[in-house]
Design a protein around this ligand. Structure first.
Ligand SMILES: Cc1cc2nc3c(=O)[nH]c(=O)nc-3n(C[C@H](O)[C@H](O)[C@H](O)COP(=O)(O)OP(=O)(O)OC[C@H]3O[C@@H](n4cnc5c(N)ncnc54)[C@H](O)[C@@H]3O)c2cc1C
Length: 293
């Protein structure tokens, strides 16, 4: 088994091509911000200044993040890649490892391997209408793409964010929506209050925002993240409205242990979500979503 993953050759500036990809680099927590009752954003900086200077990532990539003695998990990088020296992870506390994160404070350290994975196709958005569709904590992985649209709004024809969560209290990054709007990115929100919270019902609510999408569908670029059932309903609705399967991109989440195409846990047919994804065009993964009429 080769110790050198493909990505190390493609991106030699990421931690050096000759390093063992399984050895994490230490980061320390410089800031913690509560987003909701069970989601925090952690700002992190590498303790080694050389690594800090070299570390680069693209919007949509993730890190394998570890707490010694507890475990490791994939987490999307939620900050803008244009910000150097520090980066952010936005974490929902769901289990053994992430609940341990809930007890961390400024100055505590973590291990980071990465960045890994395929990014959002921002090279394709120039002069296009761009729609971001997201649900729940899924907005963490797509937030760097939103940051890009906010910072480069003049390079795209239009930019909208359609975002849904179960309740207003569960909307992540709520304090930033106003500044996105101020800079020309329209934000449309939906929450599902007080009714039965099964997924199909929740998803129905997100798709009702689609009437806000007044752009001509055939050339528009759509980037989507959230629960897979939500993305399924959204994709089918978009296709009916005339959006193209090759212009709809989505980020998939799978259990993954290595991040470097070795362990096989995240394999879907010939594709490894850890490196061929997590961002795919709908066209590439349509078999996962069943037959589309
Ligand atoms: C490419 C990628 C990017 C990711 N980015 C992020 C991110 O930016 N922020 C983030 O919070 N998470 C993200 N995740 C999910 C994150 O990796 C898991 O939540 C984490 O591994 C859970 O580890 P744990 O040990 O805390 O939970 P475990 O102890 O392994 O799981 C405890 C329970 O929680 C359930 N569970 C696990 N994951 C989730 C989940 N995502 N949602 C709901 N229930 C879950 C399990 O099924 C289990 O029942 C990402 C996953 C992938 C594959």
């Amino acid at each position: 088994m080769a110790l050198e993953p493909e990505h190390a050759q493609e991106h030699p500036h990421h931690h050096g091509a000759h390093e063992n990809p399984f050895v994490p680099h230490q980061v320390s927590i410089t800031k913690i911000k509560a987003e909701t009752t069970d989601v925090n954003t952690f700002t992190l900086a590498f303790t080694d200044p050389d690594v800090r200077d070299e570390y680069e990532y693209s919007a949509g990539q993730y890190n394998m993040v570890s707490l010694p003695g507890i475990g490791e998990a994939p987490l999307s990088i939620s900050s803008s890649p244009e910000r150097r020296g520090e980066f952010e992870h936005t974490v929902r506390f769901v289990g053994r490892l992430t609940n341990a994160w809930a007890g961390l404070g400024v100055g505590d350290t973590l291990g980071i391997r990465g960045p890994y994975g395929r990014a959002w196709p921002l090279e394709e958005v120039r002069d296009r209408d761009v729609a971001i569709i997201s649900g729940g904590t899924g907005i963490a992985c797509i937030k760097p793409a939103i940051n890009y649209l906010v910072d480069h709004r003049d390079t795209v024809k239009s930019a909208s964010v359609l975002y849904g969560a179960k309740s207003a209290a569960e909307l992540v990054f709520a304090d930033q929506f106003g500044s996105w709007e101020d800079r020309g990115v329209s934000v449309h929100l939906t929450v599902d209050k007080g009714r039965a919270l099964d997924w199909p019902f929740h998803v129905g609510v997100v798709t009702t925002l689609f009437e806000k999408l007044t752009v001509p569908p055939s050339e528009a670029i759509v980037m989507m993240s959230g629960p897979e059932i939500m993305m399924r309903f959204c994709v089918f609705d978009l296709l009916e409205r005339g959006f193209s399967p090759t212009n709809i991109y989505l980020s998939l989440e799978r259990r993954m242990d290595c991040g470097v195409r070795m362990c096989g846990h995240c394999q879907i047919g010939p594709k490894f979500v850890c490196q061929d994804g997590p961002v795919f065009s709908y066209d590439e993964v349509r078999h996962l979503f069943g037959v589309v009429a």
